[in-house]
Design a protein around this ligand. Sequence first.
Ligand code: ATP
Ligand code: MG
Length: 415
Amino acid sequence: MVGNLTSQLNQRLSPELQRLLRIAGEIALEQGQGLYLVGGAVRDLLLGRANLDLDLVVERDAPRLASLLADRIGGKVVTHHRFGTAKLRHQNMTIDLATARAETYSRHGALPTVHPGSIADDLARRDFTINAMAIYLDPDNFGQLVDPFQGEKDLGHKFIRVLHQRSFVDDATRMLRAVRYEQRFDFQLEETTESLLRRDLSMIHTISGDRIRHELELIFKEALPEKPLRRAAELYLLQEIHAALKGNGWIAKTFEQARSTANPPSPGLYLSLAVHHFSQGEGEEFITSLNISKATARVIRDTLSLRENLASLEAPQLSLSAIHHLLRGYSPTSILVWAIASESPLIQQRLHLYLDRLRYVKSSLNGKDLQDMGLPPGPQIGEILEALHEARLDQRVKTRAEEVDLVRRWLSQEG
Ligand code: ATP
Ligand code: MG
């Protein structure tokens, strides 16, 4: 047990951040309020992992402390009085300050009602013991660990443990958070926590699509999202979100490929790989139930509809302009999905060709150039531009001069 984490704070945080925390502690003491570093930063300090996301909890008035702190050291404060929170930006540092809160849950899945509370209340509303620790920042107790739920012991045993039996009922997003932390740190769900999770699986339906989607997005931001997905599938949690979702070896293989192509892959790429096998109907269901953004929904729809047209890309003789024509309506991410997911080397190669080269090919001449060459405004201009683009794609012309020549030849043939 460490008891005091001053040396870890000194080691891990920049001198500027240390100074900021000490001054914040002094101001809090002058005001007679408690001030603490909480959550992920404390956990990661004990694990010896880097974490620059500093969350502070103040026992009475975070916005007030933030503005006094900014007066003293400089920086900009944005406050949300309604939530009792403030964000302080100073040089390249960002610190979140929140007023300590206690919570009550009115019904499953709803966001809780919150009211002012002590640091003990604030830690008691958290998800897991390893995230429910705090460090005193006031000068008299600076660096001392506050650990009411034995989070430090669970870190040592590598356990993800909820604080009480109703935790997943109160907030089912914690089930996804549990597998995310378990897999990130190579920990294990503590036995009772795992049986509570299995018992409460159906509680996932009590939370909004937005909140589920947000947790999935956090999973996709992990270094290896396939690990929490596989674990969530093993626990039947993933299937509870959508019956057709999988967390198998195929996902692991394609996610790894996605990382070697785009680093880091966009959440839309991971998500589309994860649903590439859905029927269009399942895709629509998924988009609606998770309230997926327009842009990401388009990538998913393109992914599913491109699947139906991939076979045309296997024709033995296919000009470059024909490949372009087959693919130009699809979003690049959906094309990348199939460049990764397709089993056919020829299809893969043609998809990559489109992504790396063909989609950037443009003709040099534009409508105005054609008019300057004497063409009357009208639909013919569009047709010629289209034909020029095709000639460029098929490398029948390579320069502006060759384009001009080609247009002249077309016009003289016509005349
Ligand atoms: P990460 O490294 O993933 O950012 P973190 O611990 O900083 O981990 P955040 O999502 O930033 O996680 O949340 C900050 C803290 O808020 C957590 O440490 C946890 O104590 C608490 N928290 C977040 N979400 C929940 C939740 N759904 N239920 C209870 N407590 C939560
Ligand atoms: Mg965080």
